[in-house]
Design a protein. Sequence first.
Length: 541
Amino acid sequence: MGHVHTLRLALTDPRFAAASVPGALTAKPEARASLAWALTAVPEGAESLPDRIAGALEADGTAVHRPELGSLVGTVPADDAARVDAQAAVAAVDDEAVRLRSAVKARDGFFTTFCISPYSRYIARWCARRGFTPNQVTTASLLTALIAAGCAATGTRGGFIAAGALLIFSFVLDCTDGQLARYSLQYSTLGAWLDATFDRAKEYAYYAGLAIGATRGGDDVWALALGAMVLQTCRHVVDFSFNEANHDATANTSPTAALSDRLDSVGWTVWVRRMIVLPIGERWAMIAVLTAATTPRITFYALLIGCAFAACYTTAGRVLRSLTRRAQRTDRAARALADLADSGPIAELVARAMGRLKGLPPYGSRALIAAEGAVLLTAAAWFLPFGSLWTVAAAAFYAVGSGVAVALPLKGALDWLVPPVFRAAEYGTVLILAAKSGVDGALPAAFGLVAAVAYHHYDTVYRIRGGTGAPPRWLVRTAGGHEGRTLVVVALAAVLGTRNTDFTVALAVLAVAVALVVLGESIRFWVSSGAPAVHDEGEPA
């Protein structure tokens, strides 16, 4: 009763609303009149009162959240009898069962849903009752994965078996930390950032461990390990870019989206489609089993084939959806894509110069311009002799073309492909040149360089998704941007050639420099800013 009187006063006196009901203060005068009518025209306690208030707010354009109650009880009793019934219904709810059920994500992969969550939720409850925090469980998951990588690095069959078992246990803990946070309501900015960052660190450290173990057994698979990291990172960038491009798009309709909704109505297709994209649960389970039962080379072959198929499936569907939908993308989406592009000083300079010209190509050709430079660069690195000056020229053309690609806002139907194209060009060029150099240690050094750069790109994604914007421009400029780093690596190959270990040392120094700059700024930001971090729990990759 008192709450109704409070809301009535808030509607008639905005000064009171500022202190008691801030949402009412933002409503337009006509909306406040509608709300006042909803409260005065309906007797207090009438069942339709909340619906009328919600309707008036929605008519004003205010989003009204309607949570899924599930087995919980939410009602406004209209009389004493209804109040008694409501109290009985509330008393009948098993709070502990609800907490355990709510600790598990609603949308998860098949392996996670049926093979991990049925028992990991109880581990989360055990941790909560003993005072463990989600951050501690996240750290334990990282340490377990690093130990697994160390076991794989031994190169022995026993080490591979232990590595596979520990990787699965690390994933159990990875599920447990989020379930513990939801079960005990222990959410934190630092925890979300650690969870997101450690997932990538665990997987890529395990790749390195497998590569080291294979080398000890006489089989050099560093190129496969780096290829797996490149492919997986590019998959994630496709996911991130597509989601950001359509985060708040208007008139967001497509025949393929309607087909997807119809398929979702058939229960088993949901699980098949989730498994096809090889999410983290299925991916880690496959890696763990193959590590224990086969060799690192077979493991990487299976991983590359599975991820390549998943990448083709998801990217083709998104391209088709983008071409068939009619949507107006916002300035926010264009800004996010520009930040994900990671353009450095060279691309900035070219884009600024192109911005002064008239007759620039239309929006729809942004991705095509980026792809042209990327294809030319990677083809030159692949087919031309190592260290060829023509490859340097191709890298220079790529740098200029990347500036042209971002000279206009990225609002075209396929412009979300620009960031993943840039990632594929940069990472792929480093991989090809390191593999072709024939210099000892070049591929491990290239692995470290790509890992450092990939961390910077993931960090950019999490900042954008957390609503804090991209990293500061000084950081992007200092790191060189994607085109600057690519040009430096190509130039180093041309200058140093295959002499001794000079190229390896150069790649290692570049990797350390990038890692120090991006890690230092990232840690400072997430620890001190208090910004909301968003984990990629909903990402299919």
